[in-house]
Design a protein around this ligand. Structure first.
Ligand SMILES: Cc1cc2nc3c(=O)[nH]c(=O)nc-3n(C[C@H](O)[C@H](O)[C@H](O)COP(=O)(O)OP(=O)(O)OC[C@H]3O[C@@H](n4cnc5c(N)ncnc54)[C@H](O)[C@@H]3O)c2cc1C
Length: 416
């Protein structure tokens, strides 16, 4: 039996490999680097079905116009930095409307419904990683903004999620002592979780290796061999791998890899940064979303991570000091004991969120192929939706039938 090949060893590819192995498949993972890196390591680790909205949102065009050229704002666009960027940005802004936002959010919520169960399944099957069930605290400096966001929740959050109560600044500080005096209010979703990103990808890789999955690292896909309606082999810089099918889960590179099969996809990279502190400068009890700064704060065992910013400046890992400084400066205003100086962090990382212009994932068979699928475009939700994506992709690859839940994510929506 030839293996099913998973292209990409990030959280999405490893989740696909997990679910394929669970269904009895023989799997080979191809990874161009040593292993997971970038987005799958530097993310905030939030598993937040309560926050399943697509990035293109109503009103974002106005804010992004103000922000886009300021190098220290939450969103930064470096004009001309990516081939095809003008077209991509035009499409992105076209999707900043209430109808697409609602439809995208509902589709992601539906996909994410199985996430917690699947994380539990991973642990019960012996995948070892750090996971916390401390919910997610939303904290605001501006009470009007909080009330507006809270009122909007009723129509956007999944019905299975309990509506949180509003707290004033003092109540937020009593609930979460890491919160500083600038915070005027907030609310807490009790059912969200967080995972330590490095422990998740390491845990999955160790488990998959134990289950007999072959990892070909330092191996880059260079093409596909077609036979009939499907592929029969994946070509790499280190030789050809015969296969029964493949899943492209190559993050921001997925569009380039799918182009090797004649099906390019408009995936761009939304860069984000993290600052890591160990020991933590303040003992946070919960993951916190600092709204005005758009900064994620996640406590891990013996550590604290600040993560955020969205930068469209090409597919590269360049760390822009101005943007990192803006992240720690903003967090220092809202948290106790966090220095505005980014040099106080123990380490700084960057990673590219794979993003489609409509802000929702791209999952499904490539047009004209019966056994070549893609799983990418998870933007800010790759950890939240990784396990459920893996589950549906495995179902698709093993049965050839497209599960209903991934129909809104079909790559065919980008057919040139
Ligand atoms: C700062 C930040 C904070 C975030 N916070 C959260 C969060 O709290 N919760 C959440 O759900 N999501 C979060 N995200 C988003 C999440 O991290 C991403 O959606 C997710 O990591 C994407 O995973 P991936 O496996 O698709 O891509 P990647 O992690 O990029 O993995 C793709 C892999 O494919 C490999 N590859 C590429 N091309 C080839 C090739 N040709 N051949 C072989 N291999 C190849 C790459 O080397 C890479 O390892 C955050 C992201 C950032 C940057």
């Amino acid at each position: 039996m030839a293996p099913l090949v998973v292209i990409g060893g990030g959280v999405v590819g490893l989740s696909c490999a997990f679910s394929l192995v669970e269904r009895g498949a023989k799997v080979t993972v191809i990874e161009s680097r040593d292993g997971a890196h970038g987005a799958s390591l530097v993310n905030a680790g939030w598993v937040t079905p309560s926050l399943a909205d697509p990035v293109p949102a109503p009103g974002l065009v106005g804010s992004s116009m103000k922000w886009m050229l300021k190098a220290d704002s939450p969103l930064y666009i470096r004009p001309g930095s990516m081939p095809g960027m003008s077209r991509w940005l035009f499409d992105f802004w076209r999707h900043c409307n209430a109808r697409d936002f609602k439809a995208g959010g509902e589709a992601c919520s539906e996909l994410g419904r199985s996430t917690m169960e699947l994380f539990d399944q991973m642990q019960s099957r012996g995948v070892e990683f750090e996971m916390h069930a401390d919910g997610l605290l939303h904290a605001y400096m501006n009470p009007l903004m909080m009330e507006h966001d809270h009122a909007a929740l009723a129509s956007i959050i999944d019905k299975s999620i309990r509506m949180p109560e509003i707290m004033d600044g003092d109540a937020v500080r009593a609930f979460e002592p890491a919160i500083g005096d600038a915070i005027q209010g907030g609310f807490w979703f009790d059912s969200d979780r967080s995972v330590q990103p490095g422990s998740l990808v390491d845990g999955l890789r160790d488990w998959l290796t134990e289950m007999g999955v072959e990892f070909r690292t330092g191996t880059t896909v260079t093409g596909f061999e077609k036979g009939g309606s499907g592929i029969t082999a994946v070509n790499t810089n280190r030789g050809t791998i015969q296969c029964d099918g493949a899943v492209i889960a190559a993050g921001v590179h997925s569009g380039q890899v799918s182009a090797l099969a004649g099906r390019p996809l408009p995936i761009q990279g939304g860069k984000g940064y993290c600052l890591n502190y160990s020991p933590p400068p303040v003992e946070a009890k919960h993951p916190i979303y600092l709204h005005e700064a758009r900064v994620a704060v996640t406590p891990f065992d013996g550590a604290l991570r600040l993560a955020g910013t969205m930068e469209f400046s090409g597919i590269n890992e360049v760390v822009r000091p101005k943007r990192v400084a803006a992240l720690s400066r903003a967090a220092s205003k809202m948290l106790r004991n966090v220095s505005p100086d980014p040099n106080k962090a123990d380490s700084i990382g960057s990673g590219l969120r794979p993003m489609a212009p409509d802000g929702i994932p791209v999952i499904g068979l490539l047009n004209g192929y019966s056994n070549l699928s893609v799983a990418t475009g998870h933007a800010m939700l790759g950890v939240t939706l990784g396990p459920s994506t893996g589950d549906v992709v495995a179902e698709l690859m093993m049965t050839g039938k497209t599960p209903e839940v991934i129909k809104p994510f079909s790559p065919a929506r980008f057919r040139a």
